[in-house]
Ligand binder design. Structure first.
Ligand code: PEP
Ligand code: MN
Length: 263
């Protein structure tokens, strides 16, 4: 179902007036995790003004350490939903459990399945029954074939509105948190008709590398990118090291548009 052979024309996913996969450049941005209410509302409005299309924010955080901030849960989801509504932005958030899918899809415009759950087949089948687009992130060490077969699980359950997001894979290189696989972008565009996004934040783990990798992904043919932004990265409750300030994000959008325009 996901393969280019089965469907030569690109799949286009529409969320509240924003089209993903139609040749345009889609920008998703927001905090790694939803934190305080006022900050989320202000950041959402600021991102909207600079041209961001979709607001991101994690509320169920799959943290490596059980002692790290785990997200605000349902309260966070309400904050994200209201912040998106007030700024006029659709929202995306990660769902980590099959039993939460139905409720999360009442608030979110796109359901995110995270790296750690790429092969959680029960969760894939459940988001496959949801009436909501799904962004499936690449597993920590998944091959392109394993990733596309995970997308196949969602589509086979009935939901063909799937977006793929390259977020880096684990390699022997410890300098960066993950190794962003730029090859995956053009390879997927050939293998599948599904939209392909890039996440240079988790793909590098380092703020100073995010812009270059985002621009490279656009040049490689990505349909857009998702970047973590925080008004005060040093104080972020998660992933501050890879979060851009709003000013840096605005600059990135400007440069990304230029790269996209020369394609
Ligand atoms: C995220 O985007 O919030 C996230 C946790 O990313 P990943 O699943 O790619 O680690
Ligand atoms: Mn994060």
């Amino acid at each position: 179902l996901a393969s280019r052979d089965s469907r030569p024309q690109n799949t286009i996913i529409n969320v509240k007036g924003c089209s993903i996969g139609n040749g345009g450049l889609v920008v998703i941005a927001g905090p790694c995790a939803v934190e305080e209410e006022k900050m989320t509302f202000e950041l959402a409005r600021c991102l909207k003004r600079m041209g961001v299309h979709i607001l991101r924010g994690g509320v169920f955080k799959p943290r490596t350490s059980p002692y790290s901030f785990q997200g605000l849960g349902w309260r966070g989801l309400e904050i994200l939903f209201e912040a998106g509504k007030s700024a006029g932005l659709p929202v995306i958030t990660e769902v980590t459990k099959a039993r939460d899918v139905e409720k999360v899809s009442r608030y979110a415009d796109i359901l995110q399945v995270g790296s750690r759950n790429m092969q959680n087949f029960g969760l894939l089948a459940e988001v496959g029954r949801a009436n909501c687009p799904v962004m499936l992130k690449r597993g920590l060490s998944a091959t392109l074939e394993e990733w596309l077969l995970a997308a196949e699980y969602i589509m086979l359950a009935g939901n063909v509105q799937v977006i793929l997001c390259e977020r880096g894979i684990r390699t022997f290189e410890p300098h960066t948190r993950n190794t962003f696989d730029i090859n995956a972008i053009p390879a997927l565009k050939q293998l599948t008709h599904l939209p392909v996004l890039a996440d240079p934040s988790h793909g590098t783990g380092r703020r100073e590398l995010v812009e270059s990798v985002a621009l490279a992904a656009v040049a490689a043919g990505a349909d857009g990118f998702m970047v973590e932004v925080h008004p005060e990265p040093a104080k972020a409750l998660s992933d501050g090291r890879q979060s851009l300030t709003p000013d840096a994000m605005a600059l990135l959008i400007e440069r990304a548009r230029k790269v996209h325009n020369v394609l």
